[in-house]
Design a protein around this ligand. Structure first.
Ligand code: 2P0
Length: 324
């Protein structure tokens, strides 16, 4: 049986940064994100006779058998739930406007969960799909749904899942990614968050910050208040990055151009153009603003970064099946 699915990436407005359970990927805190329309992954899963292991092809390149850990974990769970005994060929294509490090495990594992479960004959609820995607990567939990989505941390496999906050976003929130190059060695989010939980003296405070931010963010969304959403998201992101700077050894995802972008955004704001920023486990900056200000914002960013490094994204849909 073969099934094909598409899932879009998401950017967190209240970040997930730390696990309680590494095996099951149970997070330390809730988180909340916006699924985007621009960056997505298409994945086909085919359980076949006569295979002696799972195979993974990403963007037409076959992965070595030793690098299949997270994919196998999701497929094993599907086999456990469905009784399917065979191995699978997983064929995945990332659709990112430019090769820029924005391809994300969120879209990849959400698409895998949807395609693999259907290929094995399962018809899981979206809540159960989010739990399955979570086995591959934490942020994938949220990409099962479109629009604004909450990942309820829970305390075990059953209670840790995503739910929609506002699936059809009916106000003008938009994101623009500034693609920033860096030569610095990347610290994986998995390793980075583990070090932060273990060594940052601020980690207990982070848990309290997120609890408060979740409440405030949902209120701001209900009011459709883009300034409040942006302000909260910016503050939350910088407090997450303070965990990396306060870890032992300290590390950072900031690059020189990241700081330049932040300074420019603050300048724009001082001059009355409301826009806010967030960043994840890499140097790219993502702006949050009202779509009516898009043209002005692009005009202001282009001299410093060039138009081809600016990618506009709007709220996007949840994971869905594609016709074979
Ligand atoms: C997030 N990030 O909430 C946070 C903010 C990056 C910064 O989720 O170990 O690839 O597979 O669960 O989901 C990126 O980490 O990590 C992430 P794992 P994941 O979007």
């Amino acid at each position: 049986m073969t099934a094909r699915a598409r899932a879009h990436t998401n950017i967190a407005l209240v970040k997930y940064w730390g696990k309680k359970d590494r095996q099951l990927i149970i997070p330390q805190t809730d988180s909340l994100s916006l699924t985007l329309d621009q960056f997505y992954t298409d994945t086909a899963v085919d359980f076949r006779d006569n295979l002696d292991r799972d195979h993974l092809i990403v963007d037409q390149k076959e992965f070595p058998a030793t690098k299949l850990g997270k994919v196998t974990r999701v497929l094993d769970r599907v086999r456990e739930l469905s009784g399917e005994r065979r191995y699978a060929v997983v064929n995945s294509t990332n659709h990112v406007p430019m090769a820029a490090g924005l391809a994300s495990s969120a879209s990849a594992f959400a698409a895998l969960a949807m395609a693999a479960s259907h290929a094995a004959g399962l018809d899981l609820s979206r809540r159960d799909l989010s739990r399955l995607a979570r086995r591959g990567s934490g942020s994938a939990t949220r990409s099962i749904y479109g629009g604004l989505v909450e990942w309820h941390a829970g305390h075990d496999d059953l209670t840790s899942y995503a739910k929609p906050v506002m699936e059809k976003v009916n106000f003008g929130i938009e994101m623009l990614a500034i693609l920033i190059d860096t030569q610095q060695k990347k610290v994986s989010s998995r390793g980075g968050m583990e070090l932060s939980v273990k060594t940052s003296p601020f980690y207990p405070t982070w848990r309290e910050i997120v609890a408060d931010d979740m409440v405030a963010m949902k209120r701001a969304i209900a009011r459709q208040d883009i300034d409040a959403i942006g302000h909260l998201a910016e503050e939350n992101a910088m407090r997450m990055h303070a965990l990396t700077l306060s870890a032992d050894p300290a590390f950072t995802y900031f690059a020189a151009e990241t700081i330049q972008a932040i300074n420019l955004i603050k300048n724009l704001r001082e001059n009355g153009l409301n826009c806010y920023y967030t960043m994840d486990a890499g140097p790219n900056i993502k702006l949050i603003y009202n779509q009516q200000d898009r043209a002005q914002i692009i005009d202001q960013l282009t001299p410093l970064f060039g138009r081809d490094r600016l990618v506009v994204a709007q709220p996007g849909p949840g994971a869905h099946l594609l016709k074979n």
